[in-house]
Design a protein around this ligand. Structure first.
Ligand SMILES: *Cc1c(COP(=O)(O)O)cnc(C)c1O
Length: 429
């Protein structure tokens, strides 16, 4: 089978698949009903006047906390604001250090600089692309005020090692679960291992309302501070006010800002949360099938599923390519060839944060350069070889493709097989 029949789609051959992939984000009649309810309620946000109905924001907070079997949740306007509120509640401030993985979305580092602190970029593990706990331990200093661990793509960071590290050093652990809503490690949901768990509900995430976020905690003191931090110093009043009056009381124990989630967004999240487990299960079933097919094929290694993981969230199906098996092609050529076969774009792992076009702490009007801060904030002082290699070798596929069936997984595997077999022709790209 050579010649025409196997010619790569990107070079004019017949693609493996032409049918559409499942859509994302999802909504149904219930979502529409709740949105209309908000629209007609004359109460579009937390800081609006009490209408006699329970806030969607509060209903979602209770449902999301219950989902995690943890007492408290503070919804926020997005994941970045959840990170900011969490860091400030932990008392992280000017000049403090926060350990941040060297490969993650830029908001993890920029949220740290936003509160005046210094991200200490720690390299990741090759098999999970999550922060290395061993390197994190070496990076702890007397100035370390928090450890921000991030569960990326379809992996969970080694939470046993990170909880031990936090326990040994007394440095609070913060979990960023923006890519792992619902994942379970050792019988417990991620987000409940550290002092605070934060989530983004941005458009591409597995639980989304377009723009949204949340922070969960088991600590009543952190909960009180996070409420105030996200609503200009206000928190829910202890007693229900009369209809037409504000539902928040002025606490003012810490300087807050407005990071609140609107009622429209909260209503969507409340509705979509009901579908999260069922969607996660389908993605996991398909993801595990695809994992087996690719391991069989060879030259393509999915991220490690740690034996302590009881339920995995596939935000992105992420693989490392053995580029030698792909004829020495570069990852960008393979990415484009796969996209042409399947009619959907794969994405690269982002640039390491010591060389990321969107992480520029020295180019912010917020930055205070006093006291050696320019040197301390300079991302180029960190060495991140594993993160850099992930950029050169890894590809990710959005979870919508996993909301399908076995046959669809076989097509994805067939596309990898075809591109691998025909990789000599990639040199012509
Ligand atoms: C998406 C994401 C964020 C940022 O969330 P926003 O809602 O876009 O502010 C933070 N951390 C991680 C790991 C993410 O994937």
């Amino acid at each position: 089978m050579s010649g025409r029949r196997d010619r790569l789609a990107i070079l004019g051959g017949k693609p493996i698949r032409q049918r559409a992939w499942p859509g994302w984000p999802r909504a149904d009649a219930d979502t529409e009903r709740l949105l209309l309810e908000v629209l007609r309620s004359e109460r579009w946000t937390l800081s609006g006047m009490y209408s006699g109905e329970k806030l969607f924001e509060r209903r979602f907070a209770e449902a999301f906390a219950a989902y995690h079997e943890t007492p408290f949740c503070v919804p926020t306007s997005n994941g970045s604001s959840a990170l900011t509120v969490a860091l400030e509640a932990l008392g992280v401030g000017y000049g403090d250090e926060v350990l941040v993985p060297g490969s993650t979305w830029v908001a993890c580092a920029s949220a740290v600089t936003r509160v005046g602190a210094v991200p200490i970029l720690v390299d990741v593990e090759a098999d999970t692309l999550c922060m290395s706990a061993a390197l994190a331990r070496q990076a702890i200093s007397p100035r370390t005020a928090a450890i921000l661990v991030v569960h990326v793509a379809c992996a969970v960071a080694d939470l046993d090692a990170f909880t031990a590290l936090a326990g040994d050093t007394g440095v609070p652990l913060l979990e960023d679960c923006s890519q792992a809503h619902g994942a379970v490690w050792g019988g417990r949901r991620v987000g409940t291992f550290g002092s605070i768990g934060v989530f983004s509900m941005q458009n591409e995430k597995v639980l989304t309302c377009g723009e949204g976020g949340a922070a969960i905690t088991g600590d009543p003191g952190l909960y009180d501070l996070m409420q105030q931090l996200r609503s200009d110093g206000r928190r829910y009043a202890k007693t229900t006010p009369p209809v037409g009056e504000i539902e928040l009381e002025k606490a003012g124990l810490i300087q807050g800002y407005n990071h609140g989630l609107s009622e429209f967004h909260a209503a969507i999240l409340l509705d979509r949360l009901e579908h999260l487990d069922e969607e996660n299960r389908l993605r996991e079933e398909n993801g595990e099938h695809l994992r087996r097919l690719l391991v069989e094929l060879g030259g393509v290694t999915p991220l490690l599923r740690h034996p302590r993981v009881d339920a995995l969230t596939y935000y992105q199906f992420c693989v490392r390519l053995d580029l030698e098996a792909f004829g020495g092609a570069d990852v960008e050529a393979v990415r484009q060839a796969l996209g042409a076969e399947l009619g959907i774009s794969f994405t690269r792992v982002g640039e390491p944060l010591n060389n990321h076009p969107l992480y520029n702490p020295l180019r912010s009007p917020r930055t205070n350069f006093d006291g050696g801060m320019a040197e301390r904030l300079d991302p180029r002082r960190f060495d991140l070889p594993v993160a850099a290699r992930a950029r050169r070798e890894c590809l990710k596929l959005h979870h919508r493709t996993l909301l399908s069936g076995k046959k669809d997984m076989e097509e994805i595997a067939a596309a990898f097989a075809k591109v691998k077999r025909e990789s000599a022709s990639l040199a012509r790209l």
